[in-house]
Write a protein that binds this ligand. Structure first.
Ligand code: AMP
Length: 372
């Protein structure tokens, strides 16, 4: 048996999914942890509750989603005390996300001491980006001292979706170049060359790159100096503004793209502009990654928006026919696996992501187990 429990721990939530092979045998979400009227007082109680409700017999691993692996974690890693210390040392790089993952690891090691635990990092897939792709042209000593570089996130999703795209095309993953577009609440683009990430749009944090539900995506850093110096906003407030009150929410007051689409359909000017900004940014990254990769076999849409919104898929790639990229309206409406017309140079695909399955598989692989 290779049953794997996947835990995705947020500051006030614990999402879990139990796999038997590739099959999901249990899943759920404990919410509003630590809040009055919430599901549990703390993460320990939350996991105890999950264990009481779920048959964890024959568990061969617990896989933990960890947002930041820093420069050193380049693959899923079996957890011991030393690994926990090294993950703790990365808290300054992800102060909003890392403590929650550590708390999930601590309670799982405590309550399931006999089960091997594996950390699966959102950054690890991007460890293959070459230095010229992850280095910013800032003072090199400062960058080295403070570990400032592009790390990239959503790695488990990009890895999974790029591999699945190769399967859809019937090509070996090692010979397939894909631009993956993970468009969910968070959003990022990735250039995958023969199964390896060579460029991605998120940076030191998940704030960079595409326009997201509440995150601005890429902006000129001078915006921050200006808001601080001229508008007098404190840094914390600027960070909150860019990460929680930016993106679609900042432009329209709605963070859910469905609401933006419905307002746009009724002619709302703000929603129309937000949609145009959102899809143009995607097109800019597609163009950039076409140039990075040279030959692109497929462009793949995934996650909540990418899997469900035909109008976003069509608008994001509009006008690229001269580059051999086109979307067939009927296939797009049906969200077929391949939505480009037959015979185009670059296929356009829709591939549902499954980050938890990828975490389970990477956890098994880190332990030398294979999926039955
Ligand atoms: P995810 O983070 O992958 O769960 O994606 C969540 C986001 O997907 C939501 O905030 C919605 O904006 C978006 N979404 C889900 N379904 C649709 C849909 N049918 N059309 C447009 N956007 C959608």
């Amino acid at each position: 048996m290779t049953r794997v429990l996947v835990l995705n721990c947020g500051s006030s939530s614990l999402k879990y999914r139990l796999f038997d092979g590739a099959d999901t045998v249990a899943k759920g979400l404990v919410e509003r942890i630590g809040e009055s009227g919430g599901d549990a007082a703390d993460h320990l109680t939350a996991l105890q509750r999950i264990m009481a409700e779920t048959d964890l017999d024959g568990l061969s691993a617990v896989g933990h989603r960890v947002v930041h692996g820093g420069p050193e974690f380049t693959a899923a890693t079996v957890i011991d005390d030393g690994v926990v210390e090294r993950i703790e040392a990365l808290i300054p790089l992800a102060p909003l996300h890392q403590p929650a993952a550590l708390s999930g690891i601590a309670v799982a090691r405590k309550l399931l001491p006999a089960v091997p635990q594996v950390a699966v990092f959102d950054t690890a897939f991007h460890a293959t980006i070459p230095p010229e792709g992850y280095t910013w042209a800032i003072d090199a000593d400062l960058a080295e001292r403070w570990q400032i570089r592009r790390y990239g996130f959503h790695g488990t999703s990009h890895a999974y979706v790029a591999r699945r795209t190769a399967e859809v095309l019937g090509r070996p993953p090692a010979e397939t170049n894909v631009i993956t577009l993970h468009l969910g609440n968070g959003a990022s683009a990735c250039a995958v060359e023969g199964g390896r990430s060579v460029a991605t749009s998120m940076g030191l944090s998940p704030l960079d790159g595409l326009v997201m539900g509440t995150r601005s995506g890429a902006i000129d850093p001078t915006v921050i100096f200006h808001l601080h110096r001229v508008a007098g906003l404190p840094l914390d407030e600027i960070e909150t503004s860019l990460t929680r009150h930016g993106g679609l929410l900042g432009l329209t007051g709605e963070n859910d793209l469905r609401a933006v689409l419905s307002r746009r359909a009724h002619g709302d000017a703000k929603a129309t502009l937000a949609f145009d900004v959102y899809t143009r940014r995607i097109r800019e990254y597609v163009g950039s990654y076409l140039a990075v990769l040279g030959r692109v076999d497929a462009i793949t849409f995934t996650a909540g928006v990418g899997e469900n919104s035909a109008v976003v898929r069509a608008a994001s790639l509009a006008g690229l026919e001269p580059l051999g990229i086109a979307v067939d309206p009927e296939r797009n409406e049906a969200a077929a696996a391949i939505i480009s017309p037959d015979g185009t140079r670059t296929a356009v695909c829709v591939v549902p992501t499954d980050e938890e399955l990828e975490i389970a598989d990477q956890s098994r692989a880190a332990l030398g187990l294979s999926r039955p």
